[in-house]
Design a protein around this ligand. Structure first.
Ligand code: AMP
Length: 218
């Protein structure tokens, strides 16, 4: 992996020891450029716009700091990730579970369309702190009151331009509008069409902007 970052080791970042243990086990040695640039700001609670594609390590870039900021004793959604497809949502959920495998009491709920509500309700009821889903199904759960965002600390929009392309951008806008005002937002998108810029200017507060051109070779 080529990296131009100044952070050579994950242990130089103020991540939770349990998270560092999982990275060691997974064999991650060096933060990728997007991770080195993103993790410190997300740990501080700042809003962020990340222009990066899949394959750059962007999932860990938001998952590691957001896991670090969780309060595991509070058994309610604290992080909500919106993704364009079921496949991506499931992949993100698996990664949160992997990076948080040594965090006792961590629960991750996946809320995707075309899948059984019962399992989704069960994981929400049992106190999932991380919720990953597609916008339509997330709105369904908000309507049914099975999902409550009052305790939300952070919201991630993953592949925002894909959510726009698939016609979900009004849903994304609605969800952002129904989240607590004092929350952190991280927006990731490979491209920045004007509708995405509009979402950013409406819902993000003084975001830092990070642009990663190349993919990491993993
Ligand atoms: P992503 O862009 O988040 O989909 O990540 C792409 C792939 O790179 C995934 O398979 C990750 O498990 C892997 N990966 C992410 N960050 C690192 C890292 N710092 N070191 C090694 N592998 C990584």
């Amino acid at each position: 992996m080529t990296t131009t970052s100044v952070v050579d080791r994950f242990s130089d970042l103020a991540l939770l020891p349990a998270v560092l243990t999982s990275l060691e086990k997974l064999g991650y040695e060096t933060p990728s450029p997007i991770q080195a640039q993103t993790i410190p700001s997300l740990l501080e609670g700042r809003d962020m716009i990340g222009q990066a594609q899949t394959g750059t390590g962007k999932t860990a870039a938001f998952a590691l700091p957001l896991l670090t900021r969780l309060d595991l004793d509070r058994r309610e959604p604290q992080v909500l990730v919106l993704a364009p497809t079921r496949e991506l949502a499931q992949q993100v959920a698996v990664n949160f579970t992997r990076y948080g495998q040594f965090m006792r009491g961590l629960e991750v709920a996946t809320l995707c369309g075309g899948q059984d509500y019962r399992e989704q309700m069960r994981s929400l009821k049992s106190g999932a702190q991380i919720v990953v889903g597609t916008p339509g199904r997330v709105i369904d759960h908000l309507d049914r009151k099975s999902l409550n965002l009052n305790g939300l600390k952070a919201l991630v929009l993953d592949e925002a331009d894909e959510m726009l392309r698939m016609g979900f951008i009004d849903d994304v806008d609605w969800i952002l509008g129904h989240a607590p005002k004092e929350r952190q937002v991280a927006l990731f998108s490979a491209t920045m069409p004007k509708q995405i810029k509009h979402i950013a200017s409406t819902h993000l507060n003084n975001p830092i902007e990070i642009k990663i051109e190349s993919k990491t070779a993993t």
